[in-house]
Design a protein around this ligand. Structure first.
Ligand SMILES: *Cc1c(COP(=O)(O)O)cnc(C)c1O
Length: 397
């Protein structure tokens, strides 16, 4: 077999979407799927949201792209709104999550460099982390499946078990720049950092002059019912990577930082051809318009509680398949019993019952619906999950 024209790095499934309508995807032959994957936490407003669609169409007809050599009224406006609604003083726009992570790594290194501590280059990161697929981002995780064959990796990372504060603190030495951590791990299995862990990392940064870099590419931007997941912990980071939901499906990411943490990022230190172009900014503005409407985030919290409650109620009826529910807001995970493989169950729910979810580490099924779901979608998802559990026959070992 010759290689496929599309580089075969994804084990793509049989779903071949050609259209989206709200919380549903429609395949080539008219099949309908309830989309509780949302492009892996990207389609925050669902598919075809009229405000987002119109903003992109209007901007495409007005001005799509100009170089960052020119002034950016569009970028200044969106950056100001993000600054007004976060810990940050400044924003660098990217086209993806992994680029936002790269900018975060570079910002952290430059901070210590301009502070006269060029030896402080190491970011302490965590087991099961996922930060993206660029060389920097794969160097920041110790998961072999992402790193094998790509060595030599970027030096300057040390790895500790997630949620193990003592182990993280024990790695601090004179080369440490800070910590980089997902406030709530997504790919790793929808594991929330414990309050003691996240708050302990913040405290250690303050005591040792280190930087707390949060990766909220998946858990940020309204997903957990707060604008940012760090708000659940009563702390703020120094630097943060954001993407996925920020563009609602348009490729957009951002690196946020405080003025102090960004002090090394001066003219010429970083850049991107597309990053923050007018079309991307229009998409970002439209998503933010909707998210900042009064009641939007409260509704995410309410729907998250209802979905979680319904999942918890369902579990005892199918305790041969489901173990427990985890996560926050509409970033939920169903941990499966050891006898069931999450990837197989996700495929079964998809192919036999038309429900889209995503598998994650620790044998977890990720439930990441659009943030605009209604009660009817929750009821339908629970029905499909129950049916899927009933009809699921584990692949014989
Ligand atoms: C998805 C993800 C990334 C990478 O984002 P891309 O847009 O795929 O580059 C980085 N960090 C976290 C936590 C993610 O979930």
């Amino acid at each position: 077999m010759p290689i496929t024209p599309l580089m075969p790095v994804y084990p793509r499934c049989g779903v071949r979407p050609v259209r989206g309508e709200g919380c549903y995807l429609i395949g080539e032959n008219g099949e309908r799927y309830l989309d509780f994957a949302a492009g892996i936490a990207v389609n925050a407003l669902g598919h075809g949201h009229p405000h987002l669609v119109k903003a992109i169409a209007d901007q495409a007809a007005t001005l799509m792209h100009v170089s960052n050599l020119y002034g950016s009224p569009q970028g200044e406006h969106l950056a100001q709104r993000i600054v007004d609604n976060s810990f940050a003083d400044t924003v660098f726009f990217t086209n993806s999550g992994t680029e936002a992570v790269e900018c975060a790594i570079k910002t952290a290194r430059r901070y210590h460099f301009v502070n006269g501590n060029p030896e402080r280059t190491t970011l302490i990161t965590f087991n099961n982390a996922f930060h993206g697929r660029t060389m920097g981002a794969i160097s920041a995780t110790n998961q072999p499946k992402m790193r094998d064959g790509f060595e030599p990796l970027l030096p300057g990372f040390a790895y500790a078990p997630f949620n193990d504060l003592d182990a993280a603190l024990a790695l601090i030495d004179e080369t440490t720049a800070g910590f980089m951590v997902e406030t709530i791990q997504g790919e790793g299995g929808v594991s929330a950092g414990s309050p003691e862990f996240i708050q302990g990392l913040r405290k250690a940064c303050d005591e040792h002059g280190l930087l707390l870099v949060l990766d909220e590419v998946q858990c940020g931007y309204g997903r957990t019912g707060k604008m940012w997941a760090y708000e659940h912990y009563g702390i703020t980071p120094d630097i943060m990577s954001v993407a996925k939901g920020i563009g609602g499906g348009f490729p957009l990411g951002a690196c946020l930082a405080t003025e102090e943490a960004a002090k090394g990022m001066v003219f010429g230190t970083h850049g991107s051809t597309y990053g923050g172009n007018p079309l991307a900014m229009a998409a970002g503005e439209a998503v933010l318009d909707v998210m900042l409407e009064p009641g939007f985030l409260e509704n995410v919290t309410a729907m998250g509680e209802r979905l979680r409650g319904a999942l918890e109620q369902m579990i005892p009826n199918h305790d041969d398949v489901f173990d427990s529910v985890r996560g926050k807001g509409l970033m939920l995970g169903i941990k499966l019993k050891d006898a069931v493989v999450a990837r197989d169950f996700v495929a079964h729910a998809r192919d036999a019952h038309g429900l889209l979810t995503v598998s994650a580490g620790e044998n977890v099924v990720r439930v990441l619906p659009p943030l605009v779901i209604e009660d009817s979608h929750i009821a339908e998802a629970i029905e499909k999950l129950s049916e899927a559990a009933r009809s699921y026959a584990p692949v014989a070992a």
